[in-house]
Design a protein around this ligand. Structure first.
Ligand code: ADP
Ligand code: MG
Length: 412
């Protein structure tokens, strides 16, 4: 059987040239061509080619993100990237993102064909070895998953949810089985507050990391900039101590941080600001899941709908999961209204509990640890377990499935 190849290059002339080169070998078959990042991922998902030959300057999406998404979309596919010139740093980042090989332009036809063949063979061998050795779903997750908590509305509860869900996931880690490693990143570069919420006294922040790591960030350096939360085992990359440092943190830094964390952590929870800065978008791009928080008020709903429309243009619908916060507020808007307006079912509902939440924030003691038996803690704990791929704990009040009936119970 021929090795199937998807050509991904913005320039039609360059695609033609590659096609001519590959046609010389009957053992290779070009099954599709793509000119921008989104198309590459879509076609990889549909066609599941053996090889994606990707130009590093592909349009619309960062090539690192494209690699990541292609691998996630088709486990049968290996990515080879063509780059202009010997940029070692770029090559390193491409390989870390999951590219199997990089070829420098101009590409000699024989080199191209032999690279494709050897990448295909190595990939096929590895897959065979993996499927024999590791039957579980964990075999696929060589790299950590990014969960971004986002809402276009300030005060929606992003930081409250991020801190508590990260602690809940970290604490779940020790309960038998292989312990997943959890890290929380405070991406509120101007006004981060996770350190307060978790009562941390950070020695280092992302600002120091950006400064120290401007030549490149690796896992060892990054580890020195994480602050541990002793009670749960969670690690935190804390936001800068003052707003003026925010500028020094570029998209490049954030991308490097995310890539590097994915090597050593199974889940990376990111608390984001409401503004869609380029750094926020970089994280939303690389996230496996976006937890989009909304609440039962008209302004929040309006903003959520606008945000959802935008996110749906950028990402697959499964990536965006809407969570209703302060779900039991009696404010004349029902859950059905919310689901109708947004056109989605809520992934989870978090009740309002001023006393617990505010005391927990004031004392820096996350309620999932210190007030475990409250409904709000149980809901967040169960969401954490679900995100870890474990079974939620059945509580009398909780829902264990999707659908309409149980949702109504929420509104007495
Ligand atoms: N479910 C809830 N019940 C009660 N208070 C909440 C709840 N969610 C958030 N809050 C309160 O709302 C405020 C804003 O929450 P926060 O997590 O800082 O929002 P964001 O990070 O989205 O700006 C906090 O003071 C918190 O006490
Ligand atoms: Mg916040």
């Amino acid at each position: 059987m021929a090795i199937s190849v998807l050509l991904a290059d913005a320039k039609p002339t360059s695609r033609q040239e590659l096609a001519l080169q590959l046609e010389r070998d009957r053992g290779l078959e070009i099954v599709g061509e793509a000119s921008d990042g989104r198309q590459v991922v879509d076609l990889a998902r549909q066609l599941r080619p053996n090889i994606v030959l990707l130009d590093s300057a592909i349009f619309s999406t960062d090539s690192l993100v494209v690699i990541d998404q292609v691998i996630a979309a088709s486990s049968d596919t290996e990515v080879i990237v063509m780059i202009d010139g010997a940029d070692m740093d770029l090559m390193r980042r491409l390989m870390r993102a999951g590219a199997r090989d990089c070829i420098m332009r101009p590409v000699a036809p024989d080199d191209l064909i032999s690279t494709i063949r050897s990448v295909y063979q190595v990939g096929a061998k590895q897959r065979e070895a993996q499927s024999n050795a590791l039957p579980s779903h964990e075999s696929k997750r060589a790299q950590g998953e990014i969960l971004a908590v986002y809402s276009p509305q300030g005060g929606a509860g992003k930081s409250m949810l991020s801190a508590n869900i990260a602690v809940a996931m970290a604490r779940a880690a020790g309960e038998g089985g292989k312990a997943p490693r959890i890290v929380l990143v405070d991406l509120n570069l101007q006004f981060g507050d996770i350190d307060l919420m978790l009562n941390l006294s950070p020695q280092n922040t992302i600002a120091g990391l950006a400064q120290k790591g401007h030549g490149g960030i690796d896992a060892e350096l990054l580890e020195q900039y994480l602050t541990p939360h002793a009670e749960s085992g969670l690690k935190i990359l804390v936001a800068p101590s003052t707003p003026q440092y925010a500028e020094s943190i570029t998209v490049y830094t954030v991308e490097q941080v995310m890539e590097t964390l994915r090597e050593n952590y199974d889940y990376i929870i990111v608390d984001t600001p409401s503004q869609l800065q380029d750094t926020t978008l970089a994280v939303l791009d690389s996230a496996k899941t976006i937890l989009l928080l909304t609440s039962l008020d008209l302004l929040a709903l309006h903003k959520t709908r606008t945000a959802l429309e935008m996110l749906r243009q950028l990402y697959e619908p499964e990536k965006i999961q809407v969570i209703l916060n302060r779900a039991n507020s009696d404010v004349g808007i029902s859950l059905e209204d919310v689901e109708n307006v947004l056109g989605v079912q809520m992934r989870a509902r978090i009740p309002s509990d001023g006393k617990i939440v505010v005391t927990s924030i004031n004392e820096g003691k996350p309620f999932v640890l210190y007030n475990e038996t409250t409904t709000i803690a149980k809901r967040i704990n169960n969401l954490a377990l679900e995100l870890l791929g474990r079974d939620p704990i059945a509580h009398d009040e909780s829902n264990n499935g999707q659908g309409g009936g149980f949702l109504k119970k929420l509104f007495k």
